[in-house]
Design a protein around this ligand. Structure first.
Ligand code: EPZ
Length: 432
């Protein structure tokens, strides 16, 4: 098994290029199932999760050409060879559940395993299924599988989500592009990845209006064509390195990062005492000597503070000059990193959805274990801040969502290395 070994204390100075967004790419890949013509995605991140999704797409009949060095991948589904997404695939990566809607829309039926819970919460898919039912699909759950059928096609519908769900918004949007009539999604998620998906679908000939607002209108078409689409920059990767720069000190330019997508984080970093400068080319984060200030925040759907940056922000606050309170409002169990940060000397108490972080002057390196993707990168940030050596086990979580993490940090002076101890990687469950 691989480990990440970090010698803390080095400041970060340099440029970090931001990759394409994992959470956009996975849904864009699913969009390729809607058309019999090729969908070419540029700026494709090369990650365990995108490789995994590619594997599932191949079992469904999608032909894939991937030029990894150029970050370009082409997905062509002239025919759907299978409409079944098995448990072993969906359990390992939840985003693969998103093939259900496109299969249902294109061929009228699909059998997709329920994903089950994961390391950050129960994560049901009831809103996804209710949306498909509203569009006229028959949904049955049998032996852990969702069996969905709409043999005469999906119908446009008015769908009002009781709370914001990124996945359900994207999933309903995908399916509605081929429905008969107009679908209106109210209380829709407004994450930048939704806008990216809408742009790609529209390039394929769909008619999606209002993405990025709380109301999205989709005028169904009888068929979609091929397209070439550039995957949006990964705001969570960018936000992670922004926090790393503020935590370790120094000055880092995040090339390609989009400030518009990261307003809540930029406010947080500024309140903590870092200096943030934005331009169309990217975001620069700098921090001088002295301790940062404590900052309290709640996670919230976009444009609020992203839950996917909560763990990283917590790592930064462990050495702030005072107490911070973090409330996690999206997932019920997303503080698994707190006890690991405590192993490095952090003083954190968690009560339900609230974590109190009492800043300490210094963290000290120790062996720690990653529990999910964002938790593991919070440990990398803490390791950069700590005195001495931090060893992070279970780094396969990191590989799901961070492209060339050690290389990107090392290029800025971070003392971050990957080592192998020869033990095999375990089968994993996913939080993405
Ligand atoms: C997406 O998950 C992201 N994953 C997550 O990133 C991210 O944390 C999350 O959105 C919130 O921003 C991908 O895009 C692949 P939700 P998703 O539906 O779509 C509940 C990462 O680290 N809910 O917005 O699954 C749900 O349990 C990952 O990259 C229902 O109750 O999130 C949660 O409490 C982790 N029923 C809340 O809604 C449903 O049918 C928001 O979840 C759907 C969701």
């Amino acid at each position: 098994m691989d480990q990440i070994v970090i010698s803390g204390g080095a400041r970060l100075n340099g440029v970090i290029p931001i990759s394409g967004a994992k959470n956009s790419a996975l849904k864009l890949m699913a969009a390729a199932l809607l058309s019999d013509e090729p969908l070419t995605l540029t700026n494709m991140p090369h990650l365990a999760d995108t490789r995994f999704m590619a594997g599932l797409m191949e079992t469904l009949g999608v032909r894939i050409e991937w030029v990894k060095e150029a970050s370009v991948a082409s997905f062509h589904a002239p025919e759907i060879a299978s409409t079944i997404a098995p448990y072993d695939l969906v359990r390992k990566m939840r985003a693969s559940f998103n093939v259900l809607g496109p299969l249902l829309a294109r061929v009228g039926h699909a059998t997709v395993s329920l994903p089950g819970g994961c390391a950050i919460g129960a994560r049901p898919v009831n809103l996804h299924l209710k949306a498909f039912e509203a569009m006229g699909a028959d949904i049955h759950i049998e032996r852990g599988y969702v069996k969905a059928a709409a043999l005469r096609g999906l119908k446009g519908a008015e769908i009002s989500f009781p709370f914001v769900s990124v996945g359900a918004t994207e999933h309903a949007m995908l399916a509605a592009t081929l429905a008969d009539g107009v679908t209106v999604l109210s209380n829709a998620a407004q994450e930048p990845e939704i806008g990216d998906l809408a742009a790609c679908l529209n390039a394929m000939g769909a008619d999606v209006r209002g993405a990025g607002t709380a109301t999205i209108e989709i005028h169904g078409k009888t068929r979609l064509g091929g397209a070439t689409h550039h995957v949006i920059a990964d705001r969570i990767e960018a936000g992670t390195y922004a926090i790393a720069a503020a935590a370790a000190g120094g000055k880092v330019f995040l090339k390609g990062a989009r400030a518009d997508d990261l307003q809540a984080l930029i406010g947080f970093l500024t309140d903590a005492g870092a200096t943030v400068a934005t331009s169309v080319e990217g975001i620069e984060v700098a921090r001088g000597p002295g301790r940062l200030s404590p900052v309290s925040f709640d996670t919230a759907p976009h444009p609020g503070f992203p839950t996917d940056l909560q763990a990283q922000a917590m790592a930064l606050l462990t050495t702030a000059d005072g107490d911070s309170v973090i409330r996690e409002t999206i997932f019920e169990n997303r503080f698994m990193h707190a006890p690991e940060l405590a192993r490095l000397g952090a003083d954190i108490s968690v009560r339900g959805a609230e974590a109190q972080v009492r800043g300490v002057p210094t963290l000290f390196g120790a062996p720690v274990m990653a529990t999910d993707l964002r938790a593991s990168v919070s440990l990398v940030i803490a390791g950069l801040m700590a005195e001495g050596v931090t060893r992070i086990a279970r780094v396969y979580h990191l590989d799901r969502g961070f492209e060339r993490l050690e290389a990107k940090l090392a290029a800025c002076g971070g003392q971050v290395k990957r080592t192998k101890d020869g033990a095999p990687e375990p089968a994993t469950e996913d939080a993405a």
